[in-house]
Write a protein that binds this ligand. Sequence first.
Ligand SMILES: Cc1cc2nc3c(=O)[nH]c(=O)nc-3n(C[C@H](O)[C@H](O)[C@H](O)COP(=O)(O)O)c2cc1C
Length: 188
Amino acid sequence: MKVVAFNGSPRKDGNTTILINHVFRELEKEGVETELVQLSGKKIHGCIACYKCFENKDQRCAVKDDVANECIEKMIKAEGIILGSPVYFTDVTAEMKALMDRAGFVSMANGGMYKNKVGATVVAVRRSGAIHTLDTMNHFFLAGQMIVVGRGIGVGRDKGEVEKDEEGLQAVKALGQRMAWLLKKLRG
Ligand SMILES: Cc1cc2nc3c(=O)[nH]c(=O)nc-3n(C[C@H](O)[C@H](O)[C@H](O)COP(=O)(O)O)c2cc1C
């Protein structure tokens, strides 16, 4: 069983990565394989509305100049998907939005590629906008007929600051435990 996590932060190994790694630790304790994809430093851009995915129906984005298809392939292969983002102006980062638009549209064009997979969201926030950011990512799961298991929020600004947010860390650990439990119920 595998869970793949996508971190939309342009800051590599920052607070969102730290939070995702806490979720991963709990999943791994239960024997779930994990993989982290940090969008930082990778090329990904928004959907250009060519609608070719609806013509081709090949589970791929027709625009092949960035990492979108690599990410889509990882989503197809995993049983669980984590979307993680820092809050940027009360919402997800541009990188995360690009991934959701591309991967989500290709899924719709192919009848729901992630249907019944388990989804979880993770957010790093300095002060405000965490709930809106979670909502944005949850819509990707809900539109894709996935099963949303929960969410985790960690508070911090500078790299590593979320490690001081005890309550946030407890929340992401609990999320990992619940995700493992649900995956085993569904696929074990
Ligand atoms: C362009 C930009 C916009 C931000 N907007 C918000 C915001 O609206 N609300 C907030 O609480 N924090 C905001 N932040 C702070 C980040 O969410 C916070 O530093 C977070 O921990 C970064 O996570 P990372 O280390 O994974 O990138 C913003 C940071 C940047 C760089």
